[in-house]
Design a protein around this ligand. Sequence first.
Ligand code: UDX
Length: 447
Amino acid sequence: MNISIAGTGYVGLVTGVCLAEVGYKITCFDIDENKVQLMKDGFSPIYEPGLSELMKKNSKQNRLFFTHEPKEAYKDADIIFIAVGTPEQKDGSANLQYVESVAKAIAENVVKDTIVVTKSTVPVGTNDRIKDIIEKHKKHDVKIRIASNPEFLREGTAIYDTFNGDRIVIGAEDPYVIEILEKLYAPLNIPIISTNIRSAEMIKYAANAFLATKISFINEIANICERVGADIGDVANGIGSDQRIGHQFLRAGIGYGGSCFPKDTKALAQLANHINYDFHLLKSVIEVNNDQRVLLYEKAKELYGSLKGKKVAVLGLAFKPNTDDIREAASLLLIDALKQDEAQIAVYDPIATRHIQHIYGDTLNYMEVPEDALAQADIAFIVTEWDEIKEIPFSTYKQLMKEPVILDGRNCHDIEEAKKEEVTYLSIGREPVYYKAIESYDIENNS
Ligand code: UDX
């Protein structure tokens, strides 16, 4: 079986590499010639633990190939996966231009019967459109079958997720397609759920929207906890122990970011809008997340009135640990607000700094180690819960900062420890800890 994959982003490249590891012959296509050369040389264009090792191994064993020639990718393929991006448009809907141009390129190059499987996250009905485009532009009398096969992998654990997923969803109308894809995935030993195409397309959006809802829900509960003297850690544990609720995705913090949740929740809300359905709940989930992402900044403003001239350390820039991805990261909103206030900003992240540098140039101070960001700082913001950030003890903050004022957006530290160490420690949904009387912080407002 010859398998081709169009698009070498997270989904495409990880799928390609993992299927090669299973033993299939995989050709990964990307329009970007430089990127293809990089991958041919054995380098991964994305940061994903374990990926480049598997890439090198499978390329060496002649199971994994890379090309920027559509003909080479699609001509002999029995199965073609579409895994290109569906970025957000101004109105929140998904931009399908890349999916459609791949469909056209497939049509122009296939010379034998092929199954086209969409892994990209696409609005309900897109697979029918893909089929129409291919039928309209195909050059040979070949049978094109289609399927929807959404992807649930997380950045940072993408390879583990591919081999250990909870389910594989296959949406197809043609039983032959289901049979072939079931065979393809059989070595992974993961339960398969087969549905019609539209249900499969919907499963992906519904899954992401549900997880985003869990996060916004726990964040609102956290905001209430803070005001009534409850502790969100205990509350999340208490409700999560009910198996109907479950412990996962109940970590309160400064909201969800990344390449999927923000984009997919908006696309689903937009899709509902399009069919005149008012998705109240999802719209609120998005709104809550927008507010949550600026919560740390607001806590700092409450404390100090103005942040002008304050030396601040931003610890963690990636939207979550174990990735260098800063798409929709809370750090961006925080930095924008701090810049607006003319604070002096030093940032640290183990691997994402270069992407931030790309955006902010020399307006920020980029530090190689967290200690340098903390030196003489007035306020420290913990934005991403990297291990190396979580492990910094309060004593280090006390030693290096002008004032030990720590605003933790990921609840990395223990409240009792903060009290013992006499630092100011404000986190999400938990008791605030102040090392001096609250009035004495409000320097600007008092003056
Ligand atoms: C997500 C989905 O988990 C995955 O199934 C889908 O295919 C793509 O989108 P990803 O964006 O890689 O994956 O990261 P994930 O680990 O799900 O986290 C998303 C965001 O939610 C992060 O910003 C994270 O910090 C936040 N989050 C997650 C919380 O704030 N609290 C939680 O309890 C869990």
